[in-house]
Design a protein around this ligand. Sequence first.
Ligand code: C5P
Length: 299
Amino acid sequence: MTASVTVRVPAKVNVQLAVGPVRSDGFHDLANVFLAVGLFDEVTVRPADALRVTCEGPDAGQVPLDAGNLAARAALALAKRHGREANVHIHIDKNIPVAGGMAGGSADGAAALVACDALWGTGASREEMLEICAELGSDVPFSLVGGAALGRGRGELLTPLETGGTFHWVFAVADGGLSTPAVYAECDRLRGTAAVPDPEPSSALLAALRAGDVAALAAAVGNDLQEAAVSLRPSLAATLAAGTEAGALAAMVSGSGPTTAFLVEDEAAARKVADALRASGTCRAVRETSGPVAGATVI
Ligand code: C5P
């Protein structure tokens, strides 16, 4: 019997997040262009007497370890479908910012699913895995798939996208998290009664990704949740300004925030922007990385 399985899973940034009107189920239709980037959590599962989740890493204290944890929910969902008990110890080695808009919780859900499938030999099809991911949360299917993809519906209906190169990023981690539902609610509040168009992917953005053209990508990125995130956390404006002044080609809130994302030309530019962000005193931590990278993978 396999003693343990470890899965490595990446964070994501949304290079485009177009948010439509609120739907009758409370979600919003999206045109959500995901890019997986090289900040990783590692999730290890091993047989145990009962389901248990532990977490280590700088922000481990902020991760809920109860049944609400997406990794625990993933194990339970797979076990239920295959008529077995979810008796596993799930250990999360956390490196992705918590509640930061980088899909850290979603990543752990996808990773735990892949890990339990391998540990138990359930042999779930890709289709079933994606279905379970979509039940767990809107961003979870992308954590499974990785690379770059367009998410429609509430973000769970994925079409893989071609990318023509590697894009370099700097991420500024803010103090504390932001609640995703609160940011969507603030977006609705700021929009008031104005008519909201159906969300559409930007053809210029998709072409830039395909060509690996960083300048064109920088000109096309956009996040409809940015104004709401900054409204709830006004200090993000200073972080965005600090990265822009240091030469970032684009500065944006990552997903629902409060992590901010800076697209840069290359590694040298990343170092310069990262140093300036650290010196600005406007954020808690700074990370340099690149994407696309693969989705949840057994290591
Ligand atoms: O799907 P997930 O559980 O990650 O969504 C968390 C919350 O984010 C939802 O309850 C909803 O308030 C908001 N959301 C949304 N529209 C989406 C995705 C998420 O309104 N497409």
